[in-house]
Design a protein around this ligand. Structure first.
Ligand code: FES
Ligand SMILES: [Fe+2]
Length: 409
């Protein structure tokens, strides 16, 4: 527990952490309420965040909500077929106007005094208000919105940088999966009672994969040193181009995150890495679903990518998985996994959900356990920041450097 905390304390701790580059963050950064508020203001509410896939709101009036800390955003399909991102807080006295996680509604009637908003967020009814009350001034606030390959992204910052540059970088790598016409086969939220940074930091590295993920490590080559996997990756990329007919551009790597990000909240990267003798991310190496988009076969590869500061994807020829990290409260975080398959694939016939989700559901449950053990140890009186492995935890080093700078701004 932190007994004294303020902005100056945070700046002092940042200075202290900067004295030890290449070391993990001091516990203060995971436990301080001041830090958590700064995380929200400087990173979370300024980042482009995955909200949902267009296929989740196909009909007029369909909606889903996204929870970010104490806030919620409603993604709606309006009566003109457009998509909107509305802040779920009434313009009268602030009540949430939408209490369901998803559904279909002609309008949102505030449960408190019954002001009515349409699916575009326009205030269309404010009962018993004075005659001269100007409804047009009290529409629901909106988040910025950008749809990238069928994935609805939002940014809560009205001055957010455009997401277009990120989209242009990632599109050549995403396009062959035909995600605009894909469907969500399953989504699961893994909730952990710890700071969001510990959850993300675990995703950044595969140093823990060999000891912690035996199922994953049998099929994915990520736990090995780069020099060991180079021949495997070169062979795979050759197959991707020669046997699958993909472009050379499709197998290239691009890294533009943290200090190299095109703009704040727009971090992006892509690399295609090889699986061992596995066609896809399945338990037995055999296909899980019909090939997606332009794929004509299996190259034993997987496209690893980042789309915005808190969202990643791992895409196999027959399915794609999205990983979105978000804080739900101070000391409570969510890692949400979304499994996509070809749009016309039929559950039970073309794919089996249990087989489809097996590796990453299993791996994420293992991650949840090690993250909580890490969190418990970090909260020990005797925790002291330790050195990252420069070969395996380079992304963590880059994150911490960027994070301290961002917090200091
Ligand atoms: S708070 Fe929504 S109508 Fe009063
Ligand atoms: Fe892991």
């Amino acid at each position: 527990m932190i007994v004294r905390d303020d902005g100056q304390m945070m700046l002092d701790k940042i200075e202290e952490a900067k004295q030890k580059p290449g070391f993990s963050l001091p516990a203060y950064f995971f436990n301080s309420a001041v830090v958590y508020q700064s995380d929200l203001d400087k990173i979370i509410y300024k980042s482009w965040l995955y909200a949902c896939h267009v296929s989740e709101i196909p009909e007029k009036g369909d909606f889903v909500t996204v929870k970010i800390d104490n806030s919620s955003v409603i993604i709606t399909r309006d009566k003109e077929g457009g998509i909107n991102a509305l802040m779920n807080s009434c313009r009268h006295r602030g009540s949430v106007v939408c209490t369901e996680e998803k559904g279909n509604a002609k309008s949102f009637i505030c449960p408190y005094h019954a002001w009515v908003y349409n699916t575009q967020g326009k205030l269309v009814g404010a009962r018993e208000m004075p005659k001269d009350f100007d409804k047009s001034k009290y529409d629901l606030k909106k988040a910025k919105l950008h749809i990238i390959e069928g994935m609805v992204y939002i940014n809560c910052d009205p001055d957010a940088a455009d997401f277009t540059e990120c989209e242009e970088i990632i599109k050549p790598f995403l396009k062959p999966y035909d995600l605009p016409n894909a469907k969500v086969a399953k989504q699961i939220s893994y909730v952990m009672d710890t700071d969001w940074k510990l959850v993300m930091e675990n995703y950044f590295e595969c140093y823990h994969c060999a000891p912690s993920h035996q199922v994953f490590s049998k099929s994915h080559s990520l736990q090995e040193r780069d020099d060991k996997t180079t021949p495997l990756n070169d062979e795979m990329r050759k197959r991707t181009v020669e046997e699958l007919g993909m472009t050379k551009e499709f197998v290239q790597s691009v890294y533009k995150y943290h200090d190299d990000s095109p703009a704040k909240g727009c971090d992006v990267y892509h690399c295609r890495y090889s699986l061992y003798d596995y066609k896809t991310g399945s338990e037995d190496g055999e296909p899980l679903a019909p090939l997606m988009g332009d794929f004509k076969g299996y190259d034993c590869g997987a496209g690893d990518m980042q789309l915005g500061t808190l969202t990643y994807m791992l895409n196999y020829p027959d399915h794609c998985i999205l990983f979105r990290f978000l804080p739900l409260a101070h000391g409570k975080s969510e890692c949400k996994l979304v499994w996509f398959v070809k749009g016309d694939a039929v559950e039970g016939k073309d794919y089996d959900v249990d087989r489809l989700i097996y590796i990453w559901d299993h791996t994420t449950k293992e991650d949840k356990e090690i993250i909580m053990k890490n969190s418990n140890g970090v909260n020990s009186k005797f925790y002291e920041p330790g050195p990252y492995n420069p070969d395996f935890e380079d992304l963590n080093i880059s994150f911490v450097n960027w994070y301290l700078k961002t917090l200091e701004e």
